[in-house]
Structures are given as C-alpha cells and as structure tokens.
Design a protein around this ligand. Sequence first.
Ligand code: C2E
Ligand code: MG
Ligand code: MG
Length: 619
Amino acid sequence: MKPYMTPASALPPIPDREEDRLAALRRYELLDTPAEPAFDQITRLAAKLLKVPVALISLVDRDRQWFKSRIGLPVQETPRAHAFCAHALESDAILVVGDARRDERFAGNPLVTGDPNIRFYAGAPLRTADGLALGTICVIDDQPRAALTPEEEEALRDLSAMTMAHIEARRAVGYLHPVTSLSNRFRFLADLDAMIANREGNAAAGDDAPTVAVVIDTAASEQYAQLTRVLGQVCADAFEVDCARRLAGCLPERARLYHLSPARFACILFGRPDREERDDDLEATLDRISAAIRSPFQYQGVPIASSTGIGFVRLPDSAAGSVELLRAASSAAHQSLEEQKPWCTYDEEQDRAAHRAFLLLRSLTEAMAAQDQLHIAYQPKVDLRTDRCIGAEALLRWTHPELGPVSPAEFVPLAERTALVRPLTEWVIGAVLRQVAQWHRQGIALPVSINISMLDLGTGDFADRVESMLDRHGVRADWIDFEVTESALMTDRAEVDRQLHRLRRLGIAVEIDDFGTGQSALSYLKDIPATAVKIDQRFIRSIATERSDQIMVRSTIDLAHDLGYLVIAEGVETQEAYDWLRLHGCDIGQGYLMSRPLPPAAFEAWLAAGAFRPAALPA
Ligand code: C2E
Ligand code: MG
Ligand code: MG
C-alpha cells in the first residue's frame, strides 16, 4: 500500500504563535508521561456523556499529536498531518465534523479510510490563560452524526475547562518543594525571569527600587549529608521545616520565600521606593535572617549547629537571566560561608576565579582526549652523596587552547574535587609508563615518580588497575614509584592504607610528598607504609640561612632515618642549600639548581651531558 501523503489543502493550519505554543507545551511537562487517572476519568466521562466509543486528550506537538489520555483507541500518537485535533487549535469554537468522508480535509485521511474509521469528530481546544492551545479534548465515532446538541456542546466545553484546570494544578504542584510546601527552584527562576522581563516597565512607571534576590544556605552540603546520615531523613526534614519557619518569621511583608534544594532557601526582597532607607532596610533584613538561621536547631532535645551562608544580588545591577542571577547569589552565599561573614554580596573578582575553575574543569576531559594539550615534564632527582641522577619526578603540564599554560597546582586540586581526578591520574600513569618503557629500551634505567592523590587511593581498585597497566606496558614495578600528599579531602582512611600496602607488595615504592605542610603530621609518618619522605620546599628554600628551618629539617631527617625512611629534599635552588643538605645526611635532592622539569628529549640531553656535579664539591 502506498503511504498516504496529506495534500497541501488538507494539512492542518499552523497557529499564529506556534513557537510560543510549543514552548508552553514543553513547560507543562505532559508529553510522553505515563497515563494519569485524573485525565482518564475525564475522557471516560466524555465518552459516556457524548455516547461515543472514543474520547481523547490530545496534545499537538511539532510533528505529532500525542494522547495524554485515550479511551477506545489503541495508538499513543499519530502524525500531526493526520490529526483532526490540529485543525481545532485556532478557533475557540468546537470543531465538529459530522461525516469525515464528506469533508475534503479528511476524506482521504488514513484514520478515516482505515482504522479507527473516523466519521464523526468533535474537539474543544485546551487553551492556557495566555491563549495558547496545547491540544484538545475530543470525541470520535465511527458512525456519522448530526451536529452536537447544546447540552453536548456545553458538556464538552466543561470537560475542556476541567482538563485545563487539572493541567494547571498539576503544574502548580510541580512548583512546590515537597518537604516545606514552599515554592521551589523552578518557581524562583520563573519569578525572576518575569521580574527581569517587567523591569523596564517598572522603571518607566517610576518604581526603580531595587529588587534583591537572596540565597540562604542553612547548612553546608556536607553538613546536611552528615545530618541525614547520622540522625536520619526525618530529622533532616524537620531541620528544613524549622529553617523555613524561622525564615518566614523574619522576612518583610512583601518578600517571597522559596525552598531551592536541601538546606538551600532563597527569597526575593522588594525595595521600598523611599530611597533613603533602602540599604538600611536591606541590611536589617539580612541581619535578621542571619540571626534566625544561626541559632542552633533542636532535634529531640539535641542542639544541632550548622554553618550557614547568605548571599545576595540586586536585580537592576545585572543584565543576566535568572539562572545567572541564581548562580551569582549562590556564589555570594558560598563566600559568606567560607569567610564566615553574616552575608556577602556578589563579588565579581571572586566569581571570575570560580568561572575559570569551572572552565578548566569543563575542558579537562577534552584535554585528556586531545593529543597536544597535556604533557609530562621530568625533573631529575639527585643522590646527594654521589651527585648522580637516580630518578626523576613526572610533573604534569597543561597547555590550554585558550588560557595557555595552566599550572598543575591550579588544576589538580580542582580535579580532586570532582570525579575527574581518577581519569587524570590514569592518563598520567599511562603516559609515564609508555615513556619509562621507551627509556628502558634506550638503556635509560631510571625510576620515575608519579604524583597521585589520596583520593585515587580511596577508590578500592587503584592497586589492581596499576598492576594491570604495568602488565600492559611491560614495565616492572620498581621502575616507578608514587608520591602521595595527604589531602584535606581525606577519603576512607582504611581503604587508603589497604591500597598502599598492596602497592608496596607489588614492589612499588611510596614517598610522602610535601612533608611538613598541612596535615602531614607525625602520626601520618608512623602509619603510612612509605619508603621515603619528601621535605616540602618551603623548608628548603632558605635552609642555608634560616635557623628555624635548619632545626626542623635536621630533626625531620633524623626522625625519618630512625623510622627507616629515605629523605628527599625538594626545591633545592642554591649551592648552599645543596651543601647543607648533603652535610646533614639528606639522601636525595631535587630542584632548579640541578634542573627544572624538562620535556623527555631535553631530559635525555641533560642526562647525556653527564650526571649533576656541583662545581664547589670535589668530584
Ligand atoms: P610537587 O609534587 O610537590 O612537585 C614539586 C613542584 O615544585 C613542581 O611544581 C616543581 O616544578 C616545583 N619545583 C621543583 N624544583 C623547584 C625549585 O627548585 N624551586 C621551586 N620554586 N619550585 C620547584 P609543579 O610542576 O608546578 O607542580 C605542582 C604540584 O602539582 C606538584 O607538587 C603536585 O602536587 C601537583 N602535580 C603535578 N603533576 C601532577 C600529577 O601528574 N598528578 C598529581 N596528582 N599531581 C600533580
Ligand atoms: Mg611530587
Ligand atoms: Mg612537593
């Protein structure tokens, strides 16, 4: 059978504001959703009242009509070109087709010539408050019929109004937060958009008082997660309800309160036109909010304190859309939390840094796939007793296509805050193993140190993955070692220890990097199954002259030696530092004095030029 092509004269007309209509249809989130009893009750009632076998709620999409509810019809959708309903959108009148075979628009329609053999059709449009027809509620018979009686017409109109009321109510529920029944993030964004759109109108009317959007984090996200974990969801919900109550209690009359996401609220404050008092009013309100949410919350008699952040943006200051405003206010709230200030306004400088971080994170995946963005540089490690190069540290380099060179000190900590750190580490290990295998083929047998994050070790299968990568590249375990830095973002400590022991059993040496900084405490030295400690460069830079550094480093060397570790000093920049370290028994040195980190070919040339021997020392 030849497929039916609707002749141009029989195609449904395209309504005037078609794109707006389609956008509205999307916003209601009805298309391709499961059947819902409330809609099916309406179509059943339509079929009964109008005594027809088929009743439908049809939504007219760009190329199809899709049935949200259908009685007596097996198909879920039909092409728009065949849809009777698509002819019913333009007019408010009910479209009635008494006998489709006698209507030239429908006589050749496959729904008429074949199943379901439509003869009679009556459809009433489903129109939104702003006049956009989403589709119809319609009834269909396979027998021709005369026009609708006035009662039938009234029934169909009522059913159409009921359907629309239900569609609106359904959407309103989608705008509420289930825990507090406050308006949710979608409502917040929609309200902001409406305010931005009306701003010019308001300004023209002389109402130029600024509207302020405020984001209130009533607990840092980890804290909220912990609250849920330790005391359960019921307590976390109670916390949110309490926050909502306190916030509602301290907002001015015209403000609107929203519940955006767990422990995150927002409000819109409307400025008063009497200019003088405006800023004082705002500050007083913010102070009240801050005081209200900062007093500890009680759950079954247990006081629970949380850290909070409040950030705000003024609407007229910004030409941005709602999503951007929300982001700016959230960034300000984050800043208030970090700096422990009662509230912060949006800070562009700070935000630029956050933007850059986001841009870097977004392009890091692409960088790993690209051929020419990530490279490894190799910095020699020198035995201080023999002045010979005994290894190298692999240091990651990134040339971003727009931002140019980006330091690993900037992007590695960012990657550590996301799931990207694992693939990044894997990329580095792969690149280093290829290079090490290649060097061994060339007769260069130097162990290469790879920096890894504690977070890599918390993942459970790190050692397994390393083992299989060694196999794949034909690299022996003692041709590489790992440098680990204790991270502030500590993961499962027991898992880290298990992985480190497994690495050691594989025959891979482990060095504690940046020793003496941050959290690399003595207890850490005792617990970690390491082979060496690498004293951080900030103690080494002025080692030849700074007495306090000398004391620290000397005792670290002794302690580490007593515990059986090798000692490495990083950041050796001067001959004096080199000499001092050598004299005090430090085993290995690394720094710009010997060489900067070099691309592989330059590193080979450096090696070929002869092992490092400081001029001042006897050969
Ligand atoms: P790190 O592991 O402590 O590496 C030593 C850093 O000191 C390197 O900076 C190196 O270029 C620099 N450096 C070496 N000698 C001297 C010196 O004499 N004077 C001074 N002022 N600096 C010196 P870089 O390459 O910028 O790396 C910074 C940090 O980024 C590294 O510190 C490491 O924590 C991290 N990193 C680098 N590559 C990787 C990697 O592949 N994976 C991971 N997870 N982290 C990496
Ligand atoms: Mg290192
Ligand atoms: Mg270091």
